[in-house]
Ligand binder design. Structure first.
Ligand SMILES: *[C@@H]1O[C@H](CO)[C@@H](O)[C@H](O)[C@H]1NC(C)=O
Ligand SMILES: *[C@@H]1O[C@H](CO)[C@@H](O)[C@H](O)[C@H]1NC(C)=O
Length: 436
């Protein structure tokens, strides 16, 4: 059980006492000064700045993720959408996609600003009700969590719950979904696939896209495990970024060619078993693609990210969330700006403000930074067929803790908190200037 009694988070010392006593010199003027000083201290409570009268300098919203898209404008000039031979499915090969995308963007200039870093999230689950009685409840909460993240950062999201290609079922179903999303969203540079059981546990962290300018595909893992030890568990295909470009369409073709629909399936099954000692599934196939690319000398476009949890295994994460909460509250106790109430729309600003206080936190394993994405691999919340290493209750308890941990970051903007991370129903109102 994880609980956070508010009482722990009292401000450690009364701030006013730390202030220089210089002001106290002098007689009457000092008294006057002192009263002014107390007035401001009680108002600003440490570091909320006194607002200047000058106008904000950046009135243009052009650095925002989605500056005023024109949603009504689609000129009558023909594009790839008008080509009858062009399709969303894997059996309709696409060529010259980079040029086609660029042409579309030129015809739709309102989508051009920042298009090089626009992210579109794709996730999904099966089309029928979950077998586990709590499955649909958790899927709803997992989805809500993704919507919360998207709302905070101005991302769009597509939740697919049909098999777009019946011959690519279960774990393979992400390939046709990502393929269709690329075509449906030429305005997006990156498609981000997330499994339904992945939870954003840091609502503030943003993908470091500047690190990926030379890459077209990013997945979380351990390079040595994949490249040297040839382990299919050296990465996790539950969360990956793929650039919306021709290279990626070709990669998806190669990936799908290893799947059950392909006439080469049996051949690949043998190869994967041989190389990775594991049966063919989307992850083993992806591991093979990474390995092969790594063995080639030409420019590499696939990256195994090790620097943060693009996806992290819940077993390593959930037990750390209580301490992480405490560390963040400690930081907020001393940083007034981080306690400042604000509209949810501008919460990215406060994520940036928090960064300096996290510079020693590290990232990924062993860090006290909030883990970015926690993945409930092996819990199978929908069909209930969890890995025998876990119990259904153990999974549900852990999912509650992670979801409530994430929810606290959202609810804060609405003035509430789950004081007990294991209690999904109970919230209490947050006092002003919490946790001062
Ligand atoms: C949480 O912090 C306490 C006190 O610092 C420490 O003893 C404990 O091992 C930490 N727990 C985890 C899971 O890191
Ligand atoms: C937290 O909530 C859980 C689930 O409602 C409950 O069983 C537990 O007793 C609570 N813990 C505390 C410290 O209140």
């Amino acid at each position: 059980m994880v609980a956070f009694p508010h009482a722990i988070w009292r401000k450690p010392a009364i701030r006013i006492l730390d202030r220089p006593t210089l002001f106290l010199a002098g007689a009457i003027s000092a008294l006057l000064l002192l009263s002014a000083f107390f007035f401001f201290t009680s108002l600003d409570s440490n570091s909320i700045p006194l607002f200047s009268q000058s106008k904000p300098t950046n009135l243009c919203n052009c650095n925002q993720p989605n500056p005023a898209f024109n949603l009504h404008f689609d000129p009558p000039i023909s594009t790839f959408y008008d080509d009858p031979s062009f399709g969303y499915t894997l059996d309709k090969p696409i060529t010259n996609w980079d040029r086609k995308r660029r042409t579309w963007l030129n015809l739709h200039p309102s989508f051009q600003p920042n298009s090089h870093e626009r992210v579109f999230i794709v996730t999904g689950s099966r089309s029928t009700p979950c077998k586990s009685p709590t499955g649909d409840h958790y899927l709803l909460r997992f989805y809500r969590n993704k919507v919360d993240y998207c709302r905070t950062h101005g991302y769009d999201i597509f939740y697919n719950n049909v098999l777009l290609d019946p011959e690519l079922p279960s774990c393979w179903a992400k390939i046709p979904a990502v393929r269709a999303a690329m075509v449906a969203h030429p305005e997006a540079e990156w498609i981000w696939w997330l499994d339904e059981d992945a939870v954003f546990t840091d609502m503030e962290f943003k993908l470091p896209l500047h690190r990926y300018k030379d890459y077209n595909f990013v997945v979380h893992g351990w390079p040595k495990e994949v490249y040297v030890k040839k382990s299919w568990l050296g990465l996790n295909a539950g969360s990956f970024l793929i650039r919306n470009c021709q290279w990626s369409l070709d990669l998806l073709d190669s990936w799908a060619d290893m799947g059950p629909k392909s006439s080469n399936f049996n051949k690949w099954e043998g190869v994967l078993m041989d190389v990775f000692k594991h049966e063919s599934d989307d992850q083993t196939a992806l591991a093979y693609l990474l390995l092969k690319e790594h063995q080639q000398w030409r420019t590499k476009r696939m990256l195994i990210e090790t620097g943060y949890y693009l996806e992290g295994y819940w077993v390593l994460i959930v037990d750390t969330l209580k301490n992480i909460t405490e560390r963040y509250l400690e930081v907020e106790t001393t940083a007034g700006m981080l306690r400042r109430r604000h509209a949810e729309k501008v919460s990215e600003r406060y994520g940036l403000l928090r960064e300096p206080s996290l510079k020693d936190a590290g990232n990924e394993f062993g860090s006290w930074r909030r883990p970015f994405v926690t993945h409930f691999a092996g819990c199978q919340p929908c069909n209930g067929k969890h890995n025998p290493l876990f119990t259904g209750k153990g999974c549900r308890d852990a999912m509650d803790i992670a979801l409530n941990f994430a929810d606290n970051q959202v609810l804060r903007n609405y003035g509430f908190v789950h004081r007990n991370l294991s209690d999904s129903s109970g919230v209490s109102p947050l006092p002003f200037d919490y946790p001062a």
